[in-house]
Design a protein around this ligand. Structure first.
Ligand SMILES: *Cc1c(COP(=O)(O)O)cnc(C)c1O
Length: 472
């Protein structure tokens, strides 16, 4: 399998060539040249790791099969994800299911891809005798998923910036209690945007970046997307009894990584009827799928909501779907993103590609704070199941888009314990806490506080990135 850029300016490359990279050199996103086809008859009944091997081996064709199998077996273990099923399906009522994706180390679905990425990165770096210093900014879920995936991995260090005092006590405890010497928590005296600006400043200093082998683990990483394709197959097989049935998926969406994985599963031949894109008040994606207009929001128009992991103003993986929608024509993608840069968006509503966009199965809806609180309450009262705010957005939107005879599978993207305040508002009680997180707030914390000062950050990285062994 070879990979190309959505904007056409990259030599076709292999999986390992693109694994550690971010954007393609021309500013586009990498995509497989074609979609491999699934063998549903052979795949039904496979364990999660066996299914993961079938999917990943078709995309990572330059990793020897035995190596890939070993990496997958080390990743998808019952002791890491809470059960041998990895992503068990929970049935609320006939035809309505929750696919539990949040039983990994940090209790959000990002663990499923990030844990795999940790093993893949370690493997690829060891082969090339390279090291990598990951610098990132987080307001919660991504940073902790990255730290738990990379902790203790050879050749990798993580420098994670977060806004001092702004994450929930639980999230702070999750990250700051890690004592692994390759994890560096930096609490920045500012807000999330300040952290992100500091990371951008580092990324833009190419000399520094090269000297210190700086990398990232953001949501455009292709391997993360592919690892997420697996659970669409897993959910389909669990909700159906034969391969001529169809299902729909409801996906709480922000950067469009999760639901893009559903699109890829569908292109591989998984019988998905609808891909329901659920947004919160930040509804840039819902607007697109209803109208054909993509209108990026300004920072001032991006709301802080009670489903914070979906508070995005532009969806970083969206360009990958548009590439398919415009018939994989890089010239059109380039033109559309020129319009995004220049005019803040584009309008496909009068274009031929929009007229048959329906064949990709996407539908959408949005949810508000009141909707998600009411949904958390209704799901609890009706089924005695507690869901978090993001999953509630998915369930709320799915309710109106269910069809008779088509099972609806709602993806659970986090556990309620991560968003305790909203649970208390909805249910008047504290969320359940998995036993392994009892008392986590009382553990010793390993974190360094730092002002908004890029030079200081660079010095810190240089001093801690492995006694000059990192980079060239
Ligand atoms: C990241 C995240 C999302 C959004 O997923 P995307 O892949 O960015 O669309 C939704 N819910 C939770 C809890 C998340 O952490």
């Amino acid at each position: 399998m070879r990979y190309v850029s959505t904007r056409g300016g990259m030599e076709p490359s292999s999986f390992l060539d693109i694994l550690l990279g971010g954007l393609a050199p021309d500013g586009g996103l990498v995509m497989p040249e074609s979609y491999p086809q699934a063998d549903l008859a052979a795949w039904r009944g496979l364990s999660y790791p066996a299914l993961a091997f079938e999917v990943l081996s078709r995309f990572a064709t330059d990793i020897p099969a035995d190596d890939l199998r070993a990496l997958i077996d080390r990743t998808y273990r019952a002791d890491v994800f809470g059960s041998a099923e990895i992503t068990p399906l929970r049935t609320l009522e006939p035809g309505l299911h929750i696919l539990a994706l949040s039983n990994g180390p940090t209790l959000a679905f990002k663990d499923i891809a990030m844990q795999m990425l940790g093993h893949l990165f370690e493997y690829a770096l060891a082969r090339e005798e390279r090291e990598l210093n990951i610098v990132g900014a987080t307001s919660g879920d991504t940073g902790s998923a990255a730290e738990y995936a990379m902790r203790g991995r050879r050749g990798i260090r993580v420098f994670m910036l977060s806004p001092a005092g702004r994450m929930s006590p639980f999230q702070q405890a999750q990250m700051f209690s890690l004592q692994d010497p390759n994890i560096f928590n930096l609490a920045i005296e500012g807000v999330f945007d300040d952290c992100q600006d500091m990371v951008k400043a580092i990324s833009n200093d190419l000399a520094f970046k090269q000297r210190h082998a700086i990398g990232t683990v953001n949501s455009i990483n292709w391997a993360r997307v592919v690892a997420q394709v697996v659970y669409y197959f897993k959910g389909y097989f669990a909700a159906t009894t034969s391969n001529d049935q169809t299902v729909s998926f409801a996906v709480p969406s922000g950067n469009f990584g999760n639901v893009l994985a559903g699109h890829i599963a569908r292109q591989m031949g998984l019988p998905i009827r609808r891909l329901v894109v659920a947004t919160n008040e930040n509804d840039v994606l819902d607007e697109f799928f209803r109208t054909g207009r993509y209108r990026v929001r300004k920072a001032s128009e991006t709301y802080e909501t009670s489903s914070p992991s979906m508070d995005i103003s532009k969806a970083s993986n969206f360009e990958r779907f548009i590439f398919d929608l415009v018939g994989r024509d890089p010239a059109q993608v380039r033109e559309l993103w020129r319009q995004v840069d220049q005019d803040g968006g584009f309008d496909l509503s009068a274009q031929p590609c929009w007229r048959d966009a329906g064949r990709y199965g996407f539908v959408s809806g949005r949810s508000t704070h009141a909707d998600r609180i009411a949904t958390i309450r209704a799901i609890w009262e009706r089924y005695q199941v507690m869901v978090d705010t993001h999953t509630a957005d998915g369930l709320h939107v799915a309710r109106d888009l269910r069809e008779p005879g088509v099972p609806m599978i709602c993806l659970e993207t986090a556990l309620p314990i991560k968003f305790a305040e909203s649970i208390r508002e909805a249910l008047g009680r504290d969320p359940d806490r998995p036993a392994r997180f009892e008392g986590i707030e009382d553990l010793p914390k390993r974190v360094e506080t730092m002002p908004i000062d890029v030079e200081r950050l660079k010095r810190y990285i240089a001093e801690h990135c492995g006694a000059g062994r990192c980079g060239a």
